[in-house]
Design a binder for this molecule. Sequence first.
Ligand code: TRP
Length: 336
Amino acid sequence: MEAVTTERKPIVLSAIQPTSVPTLGNYIGALRNWKLMCEDYDCLYAVADLHALTVHPEPAKLRQQTLEMYALLLSIGLDPEKNTVFIQSMVPAHAELAWILDCYTMFGEASRMTQFKDKSQKHADNVNVGLFAYPILMAADILLYQANFVPVGADQKQHLEICRDIASRFNTLRGNTFTIPEPFIGKVGASIKSLQDPTQKMSKSDPNPKASVSLLDPPEMILKKFKSAVTDSEACVRYADGKDGINNLMTIYSCCTGRDFAAIEAEFAGKGYGDFKVKVAEAVIEELRPVQENYRRLMADKAYLMQTAAQGAEKAARRANKTLFKAKKKVGLLLP
Ligand code: TRP
């Protein structure tokens, strides 16, 4: 039985592409906040498999990675009962609204997206229309659910801007239809750096495997990577300008233990970097242990995963279709 409540929580939507296993940086900077927001917000989280099509992944691999990413979202503690956790392509409304929004997006404004310009340069052999329309599909993801907030990293801020522009234009031309979403920038640990070059962001596409920790790295590998993390020659654990390596390790340690920098400095006063690195690795291993255990359990039960994904899609579709129907009516499409 559903509880009757008059309280409406603000709506949050975010999505992640199923391209590769997220790093510790993605986890601390984004995914962990997704989980923290679940209490105070009405959250919807999606695996953006339609977005992944722009790079032409091998079909069997995309299917597998989509399921893995879905399992990972549940593993970090997103509750499919309390929130809505779904796979984008299982909700047809996304592709449908994207087309309508395509017609309310100017070629010029979409051409200005820096990610489109970067990606077209990097993959000059596959500059497809999907890559161009990518931010408009993302706008559909957000606007379908009347989201108030969208947790995004710096690289997606421009896409959220164009989403707001498209929504405002549509609302002005066709009457109020969409909520204008705000970006939601996390507080702590927003940016975790590479373990090998702490002036750079930790990235899953870094060619040096020691630079990043994946959420599914086994404990011994995590320990090894932290032991070889780049630091400095001062041999003092303190947070200061110019100590990018130590600052990064302190940030990671702080995020995993909840301790602040002063407490960490006190804990390691007079100790060398060797001890500190091992302690950071252990804290990360403990933080990820339940995630990895959940993941193994879930991946061993594909039937459960598929069933949960189907239920998530149904829940999402019920909400998405309300907005879609409204938009279709506003632009003059006949409804059956
Ligand atoms: N484009 C986002 C990324 O690559 C993923 C994404 C798709 C997204 N749809 C979204 C993020 C909607 C926020 C809201 O990171």
